[in-house]
Design a protein around this ligand. Structure first.
Ligand code: ACO
Length: 348
């Protein structure tokens, strides 16, 4: 068995900055409300045309590949985590494969929302550990701005999210004291609808006159109608308080699980990089775990919640800022829609 390590890391955020005050042009909100409830000051939105989840993923991947000192053709597996793919299908991984001129390698899309990057990293870790692949590209990217309700009706959700991408290259290492020590994945679908975008989906029963007659049952449809946009059901739904309550329990739980597995304690953590859900959630986790300010990295203030991209963007920024040094113990943790949650412990 090999051990796997992060050999290269990169991130990309779009150039278009939208401050909280900018959002007041579209909806009844305020800088004070957003900062107090979420900690967010500004976020980035991709160009409406020409910039997609895939193109942002490609931009981040190029940096990660260069820093891993490999070429595009050396990548032997792609894992792409997103909840905002360019198409309903096929997924973004094959689009990235095409865009980057990679070989006919396996390309997998992960649909685990805010936990998507941890799930993707865990899968990469397993493939590298067994010796099956040597250079796995893991990407987390989101273009939320195309599907948010920017009217006052949608303000509780739309102010939170931003666009961006992060990527890592996972490689084997013979140095067993460094690399990914363990990953831990969980889910509980009992409250799946509390944070969800229901359409387009096979459970929606939209019927068009042009569809063939099928008398005994209502066929589902993959359609979105103008009425759904008008009544708001086409947009993501979030029961914010339910998310908050579950997140502040599951984040510390899965971090403790990772530490316990490796006979470590919270004092051993050099840097916790939590999924940037909401600054209040991160602060709650920090307090629950008794971590100092210098043990936790947050950048939600600048980018909002970028879902599958938030951990690799934050990890990369922390690394670029010199906050991660060789030998440091890094803990990644996420919680999100599903609900799903997970953690990864890395000796850098
Ligand atoms: N600007 C101004 N007012 C707003 C806004 C806004 N953007 N959004 C909601 N309000 C208003 C509401 O209309 C409501 O007004 P009312 O009292 O007149 O009815 C009031 O603010 C309070 O609304 P609540 O929804 O009860 O606000 P709450 O205090 O619960 O805060 C929030 C909402 C920030 C979403 C909170 O529930 C929360 O932090 N939840 C955690 C969810 C989260 O962070 N999700 C991140 C994405 S999921 C993930 O990554 C895991």
């Amino acid at each position: 068995m090999f051990q796997s390590k992060i050999a290269g890391i990169g991130y990309y955020v779009p150039k278009n900055v939208y401050t909280n005050t900018d959002l007041t042009r579209f909806m009844d909100t305020s800088d004070e409300w957003i900062q107090e409830r979420t900690g967010i000051k500004e976020r980035r939105y991709a160009d409406r045309i020409g910039e997609t989840t895939t193109t942002m993923g490609v931009a981040a991947a190029k940096i990660a590949i260069e820093r891993a000192n490999i070429k595009n053709e050396d990548v032997d597996f792609i894992i792409f985590a997103t909840l905002s793919p360019d198409y309903y299908f096929p997924g973004c991984a094959v689009l990235l494969q095409r865009e980057m001129g990679m070989k006919e390698i396996g390309a997998l899309d992960i649909r685990n929302q805010c936990s998507g990057f941890i799930y993707a990293l865990s899968i990469a870790d397993q493939f590298v550990k067994t010796g099956m692949y040597k250079n796995v590209l893991v990407v987390g990217a989101e273009k939320h701005s195309f599907a948010l309700d920017f009217s006052t009706r949608g303000r509780a959700v739309s102010v939170i999210f931003g666009d961006g991408a992060g990527a890592v290259v996972v490689q084997p290492t013979t140095d067993s004291s460094h690399g990914i020590l363990s990953t831990h994945l969980h889910s509980d679908g009992a409250e799946a609808e509390k944070l969800a975008m229901y359409y387009p989906g096979a459970s929606s029963g939209i019927w068009l006159d042009s569809m063939p007659d099928w008398p005994d049952q209502e066929l589902g449809g993959l359609l979105m109608t103008k009425e759904m946009l008008e009544d708001g059901t086409a947009f993501p739904y979030m029961d914010g308080q339910a998310v908050f309550k579950k997140a502040v329990v599951k984040f510390p739980e899965v971090i403790h699980e990772a530490l316990l597995k490796n006979n470590l304690t919270t004092e051993d953590i050099d840097l916790l990089v939590p999924h940037q859900a909401n600054l209040r959630i991160s602060q709650f986790i920090q307090k629950t775990l008794g971590l100092r300010d210098d043990q936790v990295f947050n950048n939600i203030q600048k980018y909002g919640n970028t879902t599958a991209a938030s951990i690799p963007i934050a990890l990369c920024e922390a690394w670029e800022a010199g906050k991660i040094k060789e030998g440091d113990l890094i803990c990644l943790a996420a919680f999100g829609a599903g609900f799903t949650w997970g953690s990864a412990l890395i000796r850098w």
